[in-house]
Write a protein that binds this ligand. Structure first.
Ligand code: NAP
Length: 245
């Protein structure tokens, strides 16, 4: 058996769930490759965990190709880069917001997975973890741009489970509910007050909670495939129903 550390590639590792996952997988003994657009941030995290920071814009095919070219081998890919932009009714939909959400969450996941899959399989024990959302299972008013992108990202991820059956690669989809990260600040274009209101009166999940579950999934024995993991704060019953004090 190889004594080299296993290699985990985490997209969107500059904040939130991705950063927490990079830190946690490093603590589990992985060598972590961190990708994101904000290079200074991933460089700082990488320095702390002895990882490798690489600039990555998942919406840019050339950036993804350059990123993957610098990764000779990989055991785990965490498709985490993504997010929501805006919150509007369909009859007032902002097409640019829709395009950004589809480009980042759906096409980004497609690009990274397609490019790294041969290396993951060649490792003899590969694993693709995709962070979708409860928005991949539910829809809500004003959220169609995001919920449709997350539904599509989930369909893409789950299709691979069948297509790659028989090969040494596992597929795990993690579907979080409310997690307090930069997610809502990004969704509301920097409006911190509006973002804070999303988590008002309840205890949301934090990025470490999700990282914990990802670490659990990728450290199971290689014959064990956790297909889908839905996780929400205790105070949240669905995308549209939460208890607030
Ligand atoms: P976050 O703190 O805003 O992190 C998003 C990450 O994605 C950042 O590191 C960002 O890095 C990266 N990213 C965005 N666009 C990118 C691009 N074009 N290329 C490369 N990286 C890009 O939010 P988060 O909550 O941790 O979100 C992580 C994932 O969890 C997303 O897929 C999100 O949809 C999902 N999720 C979040 C929640 C929640 O409530 N927070 C719930 C369910 C699912 P740069 O800006 O530096 O590129």
């Amino acid at each position: 058996m190889s004594t080299q550390p296993r290699i985990a590639v985490v997209t969107g590792a500059s904040s939130g769930i991705g950063e927490a996952t990079a830190r946690r997988l490093a603590a589990e003994g992985f060598h972590v490759v961190l990708g994101a657009r904000r290079f200074e941030r991933i460089k700082a995290v990488a320095a702390e965990i002895d990882g490798t920071p690489l600039a990555l814009d998942v919406t840019d095919a050339a950036s993804v190709a350059a990123f993957v070219d610098q990764i000779p081998e990989a055991n785990v890919l965490v498709n985490n880069a993504g997010g929501a932009f805006g919150l509007e009714r369909v009859d007032a939909a902002d097409e640019d917001n829709w395009r950004r959400m589809w480009e980042t969450n759906v096409i980004g996941t497609l690009r990274l997975t397609k490019a790294l899959l041969p290396k993951l399989i060649a490792s003899g024990n590969g694993h693709v973890v995709t962070i979708t959302s409860i928005a991949a299972q539910e829809i809500y008013d004003n959220g169609a741009g995001y919920t449709s992108a997350k539904h599509a990202q989930s369909a893409l991820h789950r299709t691979l489970r069948g297509e790659e059956l028989g090969k040494p690669v596992r597929f795990t989809e993690v579907l979080p509910g409310m997690v307090e990260t930069e997610f809502s600040v990004v969704r509301f274009e920097g409006d911190a007050e509006r973002a804070a209101n999303v988590y008002q009166g309840l205890v949301p999940l934090v990025a470490d909670d999700v990282a914990d579950v990802i670490a659990f999934a990728v450290t199971r024995p290689e014959h064990v495939n956790l297909d889908q993991i839905v996780m929400k704060p205790r105070a949240q019953a669905s995308a549209t129903r939460a208890h607030r004090d």
